[in-house]
Design a protein. Sequence first.
Lengths: 410, 329
Amino acid sequence: MSVELRINNSSDPRARYVSWAPTPCTIRVSSPVGIPGPSPVTVVLQNRANGTGGQVVFRTTLTSAPAATLTLQLPLDGASVSFFVAGRFGQPSVTDQDAIIEVRRGATVLGTATCMVRIRKNANALTTGERDRFIAALATLNNQGAGRFVDFRNMHTNAGSPEAHGAAGFLPWHRAYLLDLERELQAIDASVALPYWRFDQPAPNVFSRGFMGVPDNLGTVQFTPGNPLQFWRTDGVPGINRRPFFNTATAGASVISEAATLALGTNYARFRNMEGSPHGSAHTSFGGFLSSIPTAARDPLFFLLHCNVDRLWGKWQRQNARFDAAQPTSYDSNLPTGNRIGHNLPDTMWPWNGVTGGQRPPTAPGGTLAASLSATAPGPQPRVRDMLDYQGIVSNLARLGFGYDDVPFA
Amino acid sequence: MTARKRAKKTAKTTKRSAKKGATKTSSAAATKRSKTAAKRAVAGTEVVGYKAAWRVANNAKQSDDARTTALISLGSAACDDSDVFAGLIVLLRDTATSLAVRLGVLAALQAASFSTIRFAACRPTYMTALRAVAKDPAFEMRQRALGLLMREGDGRAQTMLIEGLENPAKALLPPEKALQLLAYDVKSEAYPLARRIVERPPNADAKREALRLLAADAKSTKLFERILRDKSETGDVRQISAAALQSLAPEALQTYARDMVLDHAESPELQTMSLTLLTQFGDADALTKDARLGERVAALHSSADSHAVKQGAEQFIGKYTRGSDADRA
């Protein structure tokens, strides 16, 4: 007898990536040879013990409790049985496909399926392999200034800034921006997840020549000869300018703490003031590219900085149960006036909507938001509302396919 | 008097004394509270209301440390409150205020500027103030202001920097810093100036930054080829030359990188850079078939003295010999 297990309801290996959110799966008997009928056969799904690799939990339905194993009855006629898989919180993968699901009938292993519990992690705590895969993918995306990264650079300029800053849509816009970049990186190396720079803590491993680099006396960032970011190029000029105004080896940036950030307010209208502090303060803790909107995205550290901004939002959302766009406290709709276009819940977001002119910027670089086999949301032209329920807590279909190492599902 | 009544009387007296004592020390305590609260906002537990933070930041009797800490927690209030904004601009331009506080003001204003829509009304005044402090007596203030202006594409700042390069008596910044900032908005008019600096550099940093600025200049291709092949040049300028050639002459660069790996007399630094370049950006078809290069890389992997070269060789082998799965380990 053999079985077929589909993760994310797909047989495509590129779909075998899960986060903390329940991911729909199916299993069916692909060959009933050796099993006397007609009764369904009982199988048990479980993790194979694998040391430091990813582990998953199983659910029969979205509302059932997660469990380390799952017993299912499989019809012998090949009909599929649905269930859900999610990463076990605290046990993300370290390498690609290191989470192994075994399907057993008694002592017999009928089949296995690998997947990766792919999670955004603290950049200062990455393994060497995780770090190197990330920077290799990033350098490939940049391709010495000739790659797709140029679109991401051009999305974050003064022309596009009103779409992304200074109003309620600041957090949803940047969440979409990061997701788009991350999915492009995953098209290069599917094992990559965007790491975050926890800017209120020292991060000596981040600010090292093997990772984001160390500046010389002028603020020109230096890398090891083996670091592909040494070939980073934007706007036709090689190199990165970054001059920290704090000791990167021993201190965090000059920002308010995480605890203080999460305490800014229990409704979104107050919480979004984090745009000024700690977000703005993190940017201006440096001289160089990061300190100005039109050049900030030229520095790859920008994406790690904003990943932490997004993580803080995700943490605040969980702390206050603010995933539901229908709840007034989950977003600042600025009623009755409403917000600037692009910042209201039903609005599509530039540049992914391709709209130019009028109140929108003159160009829309990059096209639609990248698709993923791990999540159908938010779609190619996301709306502001599509970015709130990122873990699919209100609706499983809304999950965006990422999670943070220190923000559980529920 | 009963014991109970005596205890009650004692408690009342104690309370009155405490109140008297509190009044005497209230102003010192208030200062200490505001300093402590401002520090706590950064250290851990609470965010101070912005008005309290501004009172600390704007108080010349407070320490620089307390004032700069308070400035961090202003956030969007730096522009939302017109009185606070006006006060910040005054502090920024006041050369009698300590440099540390003025730089903290600059950081607070720049942080607020990230909220584009909210900052829009403040921007013209802010930019005017930046242009004023671009000529500040303090070097660090000039450096930061000119950097911010150049990143905004400010034509006046560009003119000031070019004038300083052409006439050192007018220089607001050292040449290497001026060149670095000019690269934010590269104009072809700057190329002849940069080429002159490469030929006669005032220092090594200036040469390096001039080369970086020239990286998109097609007329400088031969210059970069010469520098890349010249072992007497420093590693950093040879690396910049390699980076420049990737867009100016990519096929030639792959040849040069290959030559540097094959060259037994090449430095480990440049060999590692070349291996990384070929692994990351090389022509996969050509490199997979290059037996001579493959043998050399295998030899480097097994016997190079440099750990970095060995690692570079391993990554090359992983990509062009074992296939793409190997680098997932």
